[in-house]
Design a protein around this ligand. Structure first.
Ligand code: ADE
Length: 228
């Protein structure tokens, strides 16, 4: 998979992609991440990328010319499966969408700033708009990092234990059950006996029960339609 990210603040994204699982995924050649500095496509001496909005009102708008220039250039080099715009008014990002995006070859992600981008970009170039939650961030970069993390960890070979992404919360529509590690007892707090029993069918049934109970308690919305 290849992910191109267009941003006015590339430095903001260097750290999330330069550590841990996302770095390892790149080192293993499982994903290529390319950060593109929008400023390099800005206009005039000051490399302008934003301007006042027509009709008046507070807040700058990202200009159409630099964005078309960089997106045209990237699209001439390869076909993108999706051209994603990070925005608070986009489709809510959930595990199902992460799963779907993890099957793609080439993704292009545009990070918005200020009041957002000139609407003509959205109308003409963007194929999918994604929000990571019902709140407003200063820009799309942190959202893009969230999307990339959730997608990249699903690529085969990224996680060392191949099965662990499958047992994540949300993958089967349930929250994940509680987990424990050594010691079996700490300050009188014991690990449930069943987990020490070595009886795997019973352990699986226990985990399923716990996952269901936790989901009912914390996220009943996930069960809507399943239990009615
Ligand atoms: N940019 C600003 N807020 C955002 C959000 N909630 N999700 C995605 N991109 C954003």
């Amino acid at each position: 998979m290849r992910i191109d990210i267009i941003t006015a603040l590339p430095k903001l994204l260097e750290s999330p992609f330069g550590d841990s699982i996302l770095q390892r995924a790149q080192d293993r050649g499982l994903v290529e991440i390319h950060l593109h500095d929008l400023r390099a496509y800005g206009q005039g001496k000051h490399r302008q990328i934003d301007d006042y909005q027509y009709g008046g009102g507070a807040g700058m708008v990202m200009m159409v010319e630099p964005l078309f220039a960089i997106i045209d250039e990237l699209k001439a080099q390869r076909d993108y499966d999706e051209l994603i715009y990070m925005t608070p008014d986009g489709e809510l990002f959930e595990q199902k969408l992460a799963n779907r995006l993890s099957l793609k070859q080439n993704l292009l992600i545009l990070c918005g700033h200020y009041k957002g981008v000139d609407q003509r970009i959205r109308d003409e170039l963007i194929t999918r708009e994604i929000s990571i939650g019902s709140y407003v961030l200063s820009g799309g970069e942190l959202g893009a990092a969230v999307v990339c993390d959730a997608v990249i960890r699903l690529l085969p070979g990224v996680l060392n234990d191949e099965t662990s992404a499958l047992s994540d919360s949300f993958q089967d529509g349930l929250l994940a059950p509680p987990v424990y590690t050594r010691p079996a007892e700490f300050r009188g707090l014991k690990v449930p006996d069943i987990l020490l029993s070595g009886h795997f069918p019973k352990i699986e049934a226990w985990r399923q029960d716990k996952a269901l109970a936790l989901t009912r308690q914390k996220r009943p919305d996930l069960l809507k339609g399943e239990e009615d």
